[in-house]
Design a protein around this ligand. Structure first.
Ligand code: DAH
Length: 342
């Protein structure tokens, strides 16, 4: 009779499960505590005839050991489960918060956009050194010996060797490309340039330009105009107008300054365009035959156009930035505004 009861308790113990603290407590109440079924078996002892006590006692002790061992096993299981749920108690399907994403600097974004526009109409990319010699920066570009741009107040020369300077414009890359490649040449050269100027809202001693050069048979001024019309519309919007103002550069003949209709007032006149309705974005012209010859290109067979634009200038117009110094101050309040949308 006891035998049966004990067997039933044993199988209940081995079948018991506990997934959390409450179930663990329920197990304890049922099999471990004084009032548990195992406790009752011990209490039953006094009703067992003396000659059976020894045998009964052994059986009950076995059950007790089994219940204790099982209890420890369940405690370990619950603790293990708790450890796991602790590290996974976050909802991994929630979108992440507080990821500090960096932005693209407005000058980088502007340079990239300019490159994209010209690459799509067949211009490749070329680069030249920022430390340049007199030949590539001035002489090959037809600057006369006494041209004011060569003077100390404009150019950073190397103290020990006045033949070496920081380039004052990216036109030096034109010379390097023409010296090394045969026409047809269609190339775009973005880069950093240096001028010995006081830093202000409108001028800096370090800034960026992008140079364009197209040399082939029968390249004319109409090609220059159409290329820049295309660029202005792509960069600033379809409504943008372009105006060419006669000018002078030693390396182009004829030369023209490039103006676009003011983006702020649409040409009506405002303080950005100083009431004129136009803002300047760069210089351009037909490559002077002397320059072609200086670079070993037959000026009887080939003609070309060139242009040079300020990247800061274009970014300022595009994003309506009023002070050039903001580009280099690294103020996150400024830079954050150019964060790409995630
Ligand atoms: N190099 C000139 C400057 O820095 C800009 C320029 C004007 C570049 C006319 C050209 C050009 O290629 O044809 O002011």
């Amino acid at each position: 009779m006891h035998q049966e009861k004990i067997e039933a308790i044993k199988s209940a113990i081995s079948a018991a499960e506990a997934g959390n603290e409450e179930e663990l407590e329920a197990y304890r109440m049922k099999f471990i505590s004084k009032k548990s079924v195992v406790g009752e078996l011990f209490a039953e002892m006094r009703n067992i005839p003396n000659e059976q006590k020894k045998e009964y006692g052994q059986l009950v002790n076995e059950v007790k050991q089994m219940a204790d061992a099982k209890f420890q096993e369940l405690i370990d299981q619950v603790n293990l489960a708790k450890k796991h749920t602790k590290s996974f108690d976050q909802d991994l399907t929630l979108p992440p918060t507080n990821i500090a994403a960096g932005g693209i600097h407005p000058l980088t974004a502007t340079r990239q956009r300019i490159i994209e526009i010209f690459e799509r109409i067949g211009f490749n990319l070329s680069e030249g050194p920022e430390i340049e010699d007199d030949w590539h920066n001035f002489t090959a570009l037809n600057f006369p010996e006494n041209h004011p741009a060569r003077e100390m107040q404009d150019t950073f020369f190397l103290e020990k060797n006045p033949d070496v300077a920081l380039r004052t414009h990216t036109s030096s890359v034109q010379v390097r490309v023409m010296e090394n490649q045969k026409p047809p040449i269609r190339t775009l050269s973005p880069g950093r340039v240096y001028r010995n100027e006081a830093i202000s809202a409108r001028a800096h001693c370090i800034f960026h330009q992008v140079e364009g050069l197209y040399v082939d048979e029968n390249v004319g001024f109409a090609d220059l105009k159409n290329t820049l019309y295309h660029f202005a519309k792509e960069m600033f919007g379809k409504e943008t107008k372009v105006r060419f103002r006669p000018s002078f550069f030693p390396f182009t003949e004829p030369s023209a300054e490039i103006d676009i209709s003011c983006l702020i007032c649409g040409g009506k006149g405002c303080n950005v365009c100083k009431g004129s309705g136009w803002v300047e974005i760069g210089g351009s012209g037909m490559v002077d035959p002397n320059v072609l010859e200086n670079c070993g290109i037959d000026s009887k067979k080939y003609t070309g156009f060139a242009f040079g634009m300020g990247i800061e200038r274009i970014a300022m117009l595009k994003y309506q930035i009023k002070d050039l110094r903001l580009f280099t101050e690294n103020d996150v309040r400024f830079l954050r505004q150019f964060k790409p949308m995630l």
